[in-house]
Design a protein around this ligand. Structure first.
Ligand code: ZN
Length: 416
């Protein structure tokens, strides 16, 4: 355990050095050092710094490799520039496998080098202890036991150990195989909201698990105790750790739900349509629109919305990973106001949060299911009209997921 904390410290130190190097770089100068150059510098640094030199060279080099990957993926993945890692906040390190194993191509043929020799790759050393527990070799620590979350042992080249909220985690880097669709070409539309996390066009309503009332009360209790204890005291830190652990539980549940739901979607539908959400602006508006006084209220509203939004984004992302090429985005405006039977758009059709009755044809449906049907049909509505074109009089339809959802400034124009 002490050795693992030391690994974390070394990895963080090396990562932050790399961040600093790149932060000082300015256009016009020579290129900021790349991975190979940084590795050379690391070797020098290890000679000059006893503390660093006593650590594991592979762990430190992998931190540089992680940085290089983060740097090259900063635009593609939308995380932006890699930034500082903080003590207690971003603790973790990557370990590269030590077993030498022959590499194979996707079709099963052995991978050969230019001389016709079999290419050897690396693999992590894992062992199963029993049905629930396995162990993995960590440099300097020997065997480290971990709880199995899958039936079979992972075959990975690297793994990452992280330390969050007083818990150690190990994650193996495995590329998931795409899940084959049912082959029936069935299309599903998914409407994501706050009251119902995901409404499917086949009528199913899926809800992301939340914390129970009791767990929420526990969070408040620990927050209260933390507030009362002296500044900088051990008790205060302990109470905050408890709060963090409970909040982490919620995040874990949401992640688990997203994994299961996305697998189900990929397995049972040929084409999966999501309504296009601008989650970033929605979370921003949530923070801005609540102008009631009272700091907690505002924070909580903003935070809840932000967390929920992450769940939405994750569900969409994981579905795409599992069903590549079978996920589509449908523009969102008016999906909740448009009649899925005749195409009439009218804010009065939406009687309440749950009820939809078309003012033109009388089609009656659950409001979320109606939206999901529109998404499945690939019908969001038409582009947003200009505000100046005789707006006035039309207010927000109902308490929908976002106050920012564009509202029509005119009423009742059928779209056939
Ligand atoms: Zn209708």
């Amino acid at each position: 355990m002490e050795q693992m904390i030391l690994h974390c410290a070394h990895a963080r130190y090396v990562w932050n050095l790399a961040v600093e190097q790149h932060a000082h770089w300015k256009p016009g100068r020579r290129n900021a050092p790349g991975f190979a150059e940084q590795c050379r510098q690391l070797t020098d640094a290890r000679r000059g710094n006893e503390w660093l030199g006593s650590g594991n060279a592979d762990v430190q080099q992998q931190a540089l490799k992680d940085f290089a990957k983060a740097k090259s993926a900063r635009f593609r993945l939308g995380f932006g520039e890699p930034t500082w890692r903080k003590r207690y906040r971003h603790e973790g390190f990557r370990v590269i496998g030590t077993d030498r194993v022959p590499e194979y191509q996707p079709d099963g043929a052995p991978r050969l080098n230019a001389k016709g020799k079999q290419v050897m790759g690396r693999s992590v050393v894992v062992q199963k202890i029993n049905r629930r527990w396995a162990q993995v070799k960590v440099p300097g620590c020997g065997w480290v036991r971990f709880r199995l979350t899958r039936a079979e042992l992972p075959s990975a080249k690297t793994f990452r150990i992280s330390f969050r909220n007083g818990q150690w985690h190990v994650a193996f880097a495995v590329i998931p195989e795409a899940i084959a669709g049912p082959g029936t070409g069935e299309v599903v539309g998914i409407d994501r909201g706050v009251t119902i996390t995901a409404a499917l066009s086949d009528g199913r309503k899926l809800n992301c698990p939340q914390l129970t009332v009791k767990e929420r009360a526990q969070i408040r209790k620990h927050q209260r105790r933390a507030a009362r204890s002296a500044r900088g005291s051990e008790a205060k830190a302990a109470e905050y750790t408890k709060v963090a652990r409970l909040k982490a539980r919620e995040a874990n549940r949401r992640k688990d739900w997203c994994e299961k739901t996305s697998t189900m979607l990929a397995r049972s539908f040929g084409l999966i349509r999501f309504e296009k959400l601008n989650i970033k602006s929605m979370t921003r508006s949530a923070r801005g629109t609540v102008d009631r006084p009272g700091r907690q209220v505002r924070q909580k509203a903003g935070l809840n919305r932000a967390i929920l939004a992450q769940g939405w984004g994750l569900l969409r992302r994981r579905t795409e990973h599992k069903a590549p090429g079978r996920v589509e985005d449908v523009p969102a405006p008016y999906t909740s106001l448009r009649c899925s039977a005749c195409g009439w758009i009218d804010k009065n059709s939406r009687k309440s949060q749950a009820e939809f009755v078309c003012t033109l044809c009388g089609f009656t449906c659950n409001a979320d299911e109606n939206s999901a049907n529109n998404v499945a049909a690939g019908q969001g509505g038409i582009p947003r009209p200009r505000r100046s074109a005789g707006a006035g009089g039309v207010t927000a339809a109902t308490g929908r997921s976002s106050a920012r959802e564009p509202q029509p400034s005119w009423v009742g124009i059928p779209l056939f």
